[in-house]
Design a protein around this ligand. Structure first.
Ligand SMILES: [Zn+2]
Length: 280
């Protein structure tokens, strides 16, 4: 690979190029296909969160696609809210069963319905970032990604007093700019294990219920949407079945904390199996 000197030079010229090119970022076609984009340390303030800093100062991020496989817990996650009609219904189901969930909100929706953002927060659920406008981040230049992530954080912080620590990029797609921004905002990637496909036009609650139950395992993160009628209809039955099977329900941050444990339930858990750590 390149020597540190060449790498620094590359970073320097890369930054100049990034500044000159301004709003151009190549689009990418594959998940986890990280392009050789310029590093942007030098054009960003130095407020990188400690937990994202590697031992030798390398840039790392954490990505959670599933939790601890030895722990019988699942994370219910709801994207795209808050929704003027569905959020109340979702919250009342979660309140009834006394379960925490994780809501990956969209900024424009949060701006329109701040009272629901506050409700979600007050009822003990976790709020994650699903961008400001629900844009695919891989298609956006750096300055727009800054807006999509940091304006969202500012808005949620204004409403709840708390900054989101998780990012779920729409489509699960991101690039190196996103990684840099997650790093300076102390964010981890919150992806999913099971996609309920509850926004598909032909989604039907019974089929979705069966499919999710077939796939569910200890540590599963279930992706659903705040705005899906089928999800509202299915959710009580799914929760009751999972409870009967001995599952407990956690937020994604709780799941991350558990995934990181060295020893759990008598099993040795190799953290690196559960975490995907991407270093630059
Ligand atoms: Zn979405």
């Amino acid at each position: 690979m390149f020597s540190p000197m060449f790498r620094r030079a590359g970073i320097f010229f890369g930054c100049i190029a990034a500044l000159m090119l301004g709003a151009h970022t190549p689009a990418h076609t594959q998940d986890n296909d990280y392009p050789m984009l310029p590093f942007i340390h030098d054009v960003l303030p130095e407020n990188i969160a400690d937990f994202n800093q590697g031992d030798d100062g390398e840039l790392i991020i954490k990505e959670l696609r599933r939790g601890n496989p030895y722990l019988k817990e699942v994370a219910l996650t709801f994207d795209d809210g808050p929704h003027p009609l569905y959020t109340a219904r979702l919250l009342s189901i979660l309140r009834y069963y006394r379960l925490p969930a994780t809501f990956f909100l969209v900024g424009v929706q949060a701006e329109r319905y701040p009272e629901w953002v506050q409700m979600i927060h007050q009822e003990g659920h976790e709020i994650g970032c699903h961008t400001y406008d629900h844009f695919r981040l891989v298609n956006l230049p750096l300055d727009e990604q800054i807006y999509q992530i940091e304006e969202f954080s500012n808005l949620i912080c204004d409403i709840t007093g708390k900054r989101p620590r998780l990012l779920r990029p729409p489509g699960g797609r991101y690039n190196q700019f996103t990684v840099e921004l997650m790093n300076r905002n102390g964010m981890a990637l919150g992806l999913w294990t099971i996609n309920s496909n509850d926004t598909a036009p032909d989604c039907e609650q019974h089929a979705m219920y069966r499919r999710v139950l077939e796939e569910v395992q200890p540590g599963s993160i279930i992706l659903m949407h705040d705005g899906s009628e089928a999800t509202i209809e299915m959710l009580p039955r799914l929760i009751e079945t999972l409870q009967r099977r001995g599952y407990s329900f956690v937020t994604m941050s709780q799941m991350m904390a558990h995934a990181n444990s060295d020893v759990l339930n008598g099993h040795k858990v190799n953290g690196s199996d559960e975490w995907k750590v991407i270093s630059y």
